[in-house]
Design a protein around this ligand. Sequence first.
Ligand code: TXA
Ligand code: MG
Length: 316
Amino acid sequence: MAAIQTKLLSADAEGISKASALLRDGALVAIPTETVYGLAADATSDLAVAAIFDAKGRPTFNPLIVHVASLKEAEKIAEFDADAIRLAEAFWPGPLTLVLPLKPGARISKLVSAGLQTVALRVPAQAEARAVLKALGRPLAAPSANPSGRISPTTAAHVIEGLGGRIAAVLDAGPCSVGLESTILATRPTPVLLRPGGLPRDAIEACLGSPVADRQEGEGITAPGQLTSHYAPKGSLRLNAASARPGEVMLGFGPVAADLNLSPGSDLREAAARLFDCLHMLDAKGAKQIAVSPIPDVGLGLAINDRLRRAAAPRG
Ligand code: TXA
Ligand code: MG
């Protein structure tokens, strides 16, 4: 792909209107969401969606999340069962993605769902993402705006670092507030957690009034977030480390001696919001061996530990 000049758009009315115009023309624009920056394209255009896979170097069998402005728009694309309606009403807009049966005749490029009969849908909470969706009046397909297999971006600078020269523009609204990708859930035939994320599992279980099952290995599609090595920094990670060994850089959590700390006050929300930025910073420092403090396996800690385990996994 020939290098193009990636524009940095500001998060004001002018930036939002430029981003929408580019997207309407089939270009790729990275947009801020409350979870991570997404690499957006018009979900109704085969050409625009194909360009996402090309820019990310993403295997085409991995389907994409479709972002819409409201539950009403989502209902034009997928079949909602009672659990799905209840979850959407409780948690949208927000960091929850629902995998549901695709409605026959929905105006969504087949590339988005990679040939599956289901579609992943989300209504983002970030004001700028909502403004772009409203101005465009079309659904947006958007994976995280990073080269395939690399750390997800939580700032416009992370996006430029990974995809600068390959995409038309980035709409810069500062750092993402949640900082981890959305929680992905399929509701049929019974609720199954496909990826832990920014909405804690216990919130979903409390809303449904019943436990949510885990995805069984080898079941259904292989999603990139479910591949063993993913979200990978360049250095190697040692998890559950009490302190750094010689030659290691310490990524702390809580009141420990550390080079970088996810949350000195042991706040999981803060740690989630800072995780990818800290991994990007360690990459920028050229850290080769990274020791990471233990993170409690509760609430958002489940999703943080999921990302850390994948980042620590042997590279294929
Ligand atoms: O927070 C997020 O979810 C961000 C922002 C941009 O919205 N997006 C994101 O997208 O993380 P991505 O492409 O990096 O991850 C999407 C995940 C993948 O693991 C993909 O395989 C899964 O969603 N997925 C998409 N459609 C699916 C389907 N029909 N069935 C099962 N999994 C699906
Ligand atoms: Mg991703």
